[in-house]
Write a protein that binds this ligand. Structure first.
Ligand SMILES: *Cc1c(COP(=O)(O)O)cnc(C)c1O
Length: 425
């Protein structure tokens, strides 16, 4: 499949009948995986609750054509966005005076934070600001460095797959605009030593961006469930920015994330203003100009409909499933967890059972794919990657049964791995 090849297709000359069109769309949709099937990981996060999905659909219908570009024309939509930012801020202890915006997703939240941090570093005279990020950080940071012409410096991780603070201390200097910490990491689901990294950043006058794109709607509810994941949010004084995706464990459809800043100067660095054209002052706080209203309204409605108690209840179910998966892995001699994941994102390596060889993890992934499960594959270490969300909870027995069968297939050579992970995950 050539992803970037343009098909030979012109706009149809004649209008096509609605029935035909919906039929074709349905046939094409049905050939893709079903987002509600509970067999996809990390790409979709449905709640599996019909009442919530009906509410989101009704909200989308009402806001389909709204445009969040002009807050003076759609002041209520702008108010909903500010309330989503405030509610998200309340989860991560955003102090008074802090603020931020909604964005289309984690990558845009990260880009805008890096823009803000680059602006602050330039203001104190750094010509080409640096970004210091653990090797486990999401590629959105490298992408932001590429877009913003910042120098990207990698922090190695220790043998628990968490950022190595001593190594970071050896890499930091006055050119560093921002230090990145993940709460928690995408590949292994582990929490970086955020307190140490934030203190190190503060000591050198740098910002500290905490990537809570997945963790932002997980960790606050784990705390309510009695877990102690350790400090990671704005309660740490050195933390200057936090990105939180609502379209992951906030459970809204794609297109909803929040970037939060501790200091009010973000407005100067993040918001773009221009009047150098014939149509008056143009202001834009994010990358997009025209912006869909529906993701804003849907985020607002779902956060109000679930509240802290609703999210905590969903997370309780997810963590119950994660605990069962952990036990399954710990009870087997041919699997081992990678690091100590804090939440529902787990990576597992294959290991050698007594007197045998470790099964090839790609063969296990292929055998799972034959059974309809789309597990992700990690390269470092070679491992299987699972991100559990509410829709997986009722399918957990089937998942574990199939995983045991897939491991058996892989160890007898019935399945052969097709190798490397060429994935957009
Ligand atoms: C998903 C994710 C991102 C990027 O978010 P997008 O919404 O895919 O742009 C960044 N960091 C982490 C930890 C993530 O899980």
């Amino acid at each position: 499949m050539d992803l970037f090849a343009t098909p030979d297709l012109a706009l149809p000359l004649h209008p096509r009948p609605t029935g035909d069109l919906l039929g074709e769309l349905e046939a094409r949709r049905a050939r893709d995986p079903e987002p509600h099937g509970g067999r996809l990981f990390s790409l979709v996060y449905p709640t599996g609750r019909d009442d919530l999905e009906a509410l989101v659909a009704a909200t989308y219908e009402r806001f389909l054509y709204h445009n969040a570009l002009n807050p003076f024309r759609f002041p209520e939509l702008a108010g909903l966005e500010r309330e989503v930012v405030a509610m998200t801020g309340s989860l991560v202890h955003l102090p008074p005076g802090g603020g931020g915006t909604m964005t289309s997703g984690g990558s845009e939240s990260i880009l805008l934070s890096m823009l803000t941090n680059r602006g602050r570093a330039r203001a104190r005279g750094v010509a080409r600001p640096r970004m210091l990020a653990p090797v486990t950080a999401h590629p959105a940071y490298a992408k932001a460095a590429h877009y913003l012409d910042m120098e990207y410096v990698s922090i190695p991780v220790d043998d628990t797959w968490r950022a190595d603070v001593a190594a970071a201390a050896g890499l930091i200097d006055e050119r560093v605009a921002v230090v990145v910490a993940s709460a928690f990491t995408y590949p292994h689901g582990v929490l970086d030593p955020v307190a140490d990294l934030a203190a190190l950043a503060a000591e050198h006058g740098a910002g500290c961006h905490v990537d809570a794109c997945i963790g932002g709607f997980v960790l606050p509810f784990l705390e309510r469930l009695g877990h102690d994941p350790g400090a990671w949010d704005f309660r740490l004084p050195g933390v200057t920015e936090i990105s939180v995706d609502i379209h992951k464990y906030g459970y809204t459809p794609k297109g909803a994330s929040v970037i939060l800043h501790r200091d009010p100067d973000w407005v100067d660095h993040q918001v773009f203003l221009s009047d150098a054209w014939p149509a008056g002052l143009y202001g834009s706080p994010v990358v997009a100009g025209a912006r869909p209203g529906a993701p804003i309204a849907a985020a607002w409605v779902l956060m109000q409909a679930l509240g802290v108690e609703g999210y905590t209840q969903l997370m309780d179910g997810v963590m119950g499933a994660a605990a069962r998966l952990r036990r399954f892995v710990e009870d087997r001699t041919d699997l081992a967890l990678v690091g100590d994941p804090v939440g529902p994102v787990l990576a597992m390596r294959t290991t050698a059972p007594p007197g045998g060889d470790p099964p090839d993890h790609t063969a296990v992934a292929d055998a799972m794919e034959e059974r309809g499960w789309a597990l992700n594959r990690l390269t470092d270490p070679p491992a299987l990657h699972l991100m559990l969300s509410p829709r997986h909870v009722p399918h957990l027995d089937a998942l574990l049964t199939d995983l045991a069968d897939a491991l058996a297939d892989a160890s007898t050579g019935a399945a052969r791995g097709r190798g490397g992970p060429v994935r957009y995950a």
